[in-house]
Ligand binder design. Structure first.
Ligand SMILES: Cc1cc2nc3c(=O)[nH]c(=O)nc-3n(C[C@H](O)[C@H](O)[C@H](O)COP(=O)(O)OP(=O)(O)OC[C@H]3O[C@@H](n4cnc5c(N)ncnc54)[C@H](O)[C@@H]3O)c2cc1C
Length: 379
């Protein structure tokens, strides 16, 4: 075991922290208020190499390790959880190609994705169920040299903005999970349209849309892996992606703690700074303890991600479950420490409180993480 940061991890933390504070923080409240996708951030994330930071250089990435990726997501989310979500959703899209695409697909799609020239979306969830993936209804039928896709996906982060969508659809309706296949669909393909966009509680800048396929015809070369491998690919992607959500939770929790400490050192009650009251100090001590435990375990789970063949389901689920739920407790306390002001939009903790809630829902709810952990315990 080695608990030291590498030089590279430290320099990535500094670079992303500076960028996050200078570029993302000043716009975070505005994109939340306007419910606006921050298109302007994408080329900047790309310029810093963040769109494919942990992917190999030959795939267009930077070749940093997965801990560095977690650090980057944490630092981005510290200032703007919506941008953290846009980035982690992009990773979910490219990760399917990293794990399962062929040489031509890597060159045509994965490389521009990792370089950040193309934004990705991951299209799995359907109106009838996000947890029960195998019940999906979207179909892909091979007709001549093309697949024709029909169906719809909901809540798709980056969906309406992505250049490249990785779509999971059934090629065999009789086979349940084994009938699911993965496809690449390019923006602008006839038959690909979007719903109006969701009006969300938090991470409002990370716009989500329904993505609709009506006789959407794509070349058969856009099948990723083989027919029937889609479920396996999607589950590996979400396992690995959960570390990104854990990193988001750590970044958001750090922001909540810093806001709470800062506010407590300014606010006076009964002629004393509220930071001098032990009751509040203990709340912040608890916040710090949960945050640091979550951070350490997230980095541990991330370190396993570098072992591409290692199935990290349990560790990723533990990291996501713990950090998502801990960040809820942490941000709850941060609002409490702000008193009435914490309930007002002029204080960032109000946004953090709303942004936090999604961490316990997407990429598998907390209940799903417990199912995954229990499955590993009893298999
Ligand atoms: C902001 C946002 C962004 C998203 N981005 C994407 C994206 O980019 N791509 C994508 O594909 N999806 C995305 N999603 C979808 C997200 O992953 C799903 O919403 C999530 O997995 C839950 O699925 P569901 O909403 O269908 O809830 P359901 O599956 O209907 O679950 C409802 C409730 O039942 C519980 N439950 C379900 N099954 C069980 C069980 N067996 N045992 C115990 N409890 C159970 C759940 O924990 C939950 O509490 C996004 C969602 C949101 C809100």
């Amino acid at each position: 075991m080695n608990f030291e940061y590498s030089e590279e991890q430290l320099s990535i933390r500094k670079m992303v922290r500076d960028f996050s504070k200078e570029v993302l923080q000043p716009k975070a409240a505005e994109i939340d208020e306007e419910n606006r996708f921050p298109t302007e951030h994408i080329p900047k994330l790309a310029e810093l190499g963040l769109m494919g930071i942990a992917y190999p250089e030959e795939d267009g990435g930077v070749g940093a390790d997965a801990i560095a990726e977690a650090i980057a997501v944490e630092e981005i989310t510290y200032s703007c959880a919506a941008t953290g979500s846009i980035l982690t959703a992009h990773y979910l899209g490219i990760d399917g190609l990293y794990l399962a695409s062929n040489k031509e697909q890597r060159k045509k799609y994965l490389v521009p994705g990792c370089k950040g020239e193309k934004l990705f979306a991951f299209c799995l969830t359907e109106p009838n169920g996000g947890t029960d993936v195998a019940s999906m209804k979207t179909k892909a039928k091979l007709v001549g040299d093309d697949y024709i896709i029909n169906g719809s996906k909901i809540f798709i982060t980056n969906g309406a903005y992505a250049d490249t969508l990785v779509v999971y659809a059934k090629t065999d309706l009789e086979k349940g999970a084994k009938g699911i296949s993965a496809f690449i669909v390019e923006k602008g393909t006839p038959g690909l349209t979007y719903g109006a966009g969701d009006d969300k509680m938090g991470i409002r800048g990370a716009r989500t849309h329904e993505v609709i396929f009506e006789n959407c015809r794509i070349p058969k070369e856009n099948l990723v892996g083989h027919e029937g491998e889609g479920f396996k690919i999607a589950m590996s992607v979400v396992d690995r992606g959960r570390i990104g959500i854990a990193a988001m939770a750590v970044g958001l929790a750090q922001a909540a703690l810093d806001q709470a400490i800062g506010y407590s050192k300014e606010r006076v009650a009964f002629n004393k700074l509220i930071s001098e009251y032990q009751g509040l100090q203990w709340m912040m001590a608890e916040m710090s303890a949960e945050l640091e435990i979550g951070r350490l375990y997230t980095y541990y789970a991330a370190s396993l991600k570098d072992k591409k063949e290692y199935r990290l389901s349990k560790e990723a689920a533990i990291a996501k479950l713990f950090t998502a739920e801990a960040s809820n407790r942490i941000v709850h306390k941060a609002v409490q420490i702000h008193g009435g002001y914490g309930y007002m939009k002029e204080y960032p903790v109000e946004r953090l409180y709303r942004d936090q809630r999604i961490l316990e829902i997407f990429e598998g709810t907390s209940q799903v993480q417990k199912m995954v952990i229990a499955h590993q315990l009893f298999k």
